[in-house]
Design a protein. Structure first.
Length: 151
């Protein structure tokens, strides 16, 4: 994550009178832009990254379950996610459902990563370093903004 922080001191003119607040500090942080998260099932999963192996389903079903290789185990190599699907009678339907499950898990990971980045950016919002301003802005005569570098 790219993070650069600058602090500026904003002052009002002395002609402001006896008002309570005369100085404000403004902090500016620049963060890297987040990536968009794909939401479609099966979207973003490259079939070349999957290792698909067939196996026998377990449970009730009699001779059909004992003889056919309708269950599938799908391993997504880049992320290490492995799912086993034996819900349908057809191997092709199980592969389709397994790819959808991997896509859902990848989307959950991406959403969690985005949420963690948002939380980190939110926790930075109140960290203003006072005392070493980069710039000082003053409101001069005729409400003109006067900029002074540093202090």
């Amino acid at each position: 994550m790219v993070r650069r922080t600058r602090t500026a001191l904003v002052e009002r003119s002395a002609a402001r009178g006896k008002a309570a607040r005369k100085r404000w500090f403004a902090g500016v942080a620049v963060h890297a832009a987040g990536a968009d998260v794909g939401t479609g099932a099966g979207e973003g999963v490259d079939l070349g990254e999957l290792e698909i192996s067939a196996c026998r389903a377990s449970g009730p079903g009699g001779q059909h379950v004992n003889k056919t290789l309708s269950a599938v185990r799908i391993h997504h190599r880049p992320s290490g996610i492995t799912v086993r699907v034996a819900d349908e009678r057809s191997q092709r339907a199980n592969v389709r459902r397994g790819v959808e499950r991997i896509a859902e898990r990848l989307a959950e990971r991406a959403a969690r990563r985005v949420a963690e980045g948002d939380a980190a950016r939110w926790s930075e919002h109140d960290r203003i370093v006072r005392g070493e301003p980069v710039r000082t802005y003053r409101v001069g005569r005729k409400s003109a903004l006067v900029v002074a570098e540093g202090r």
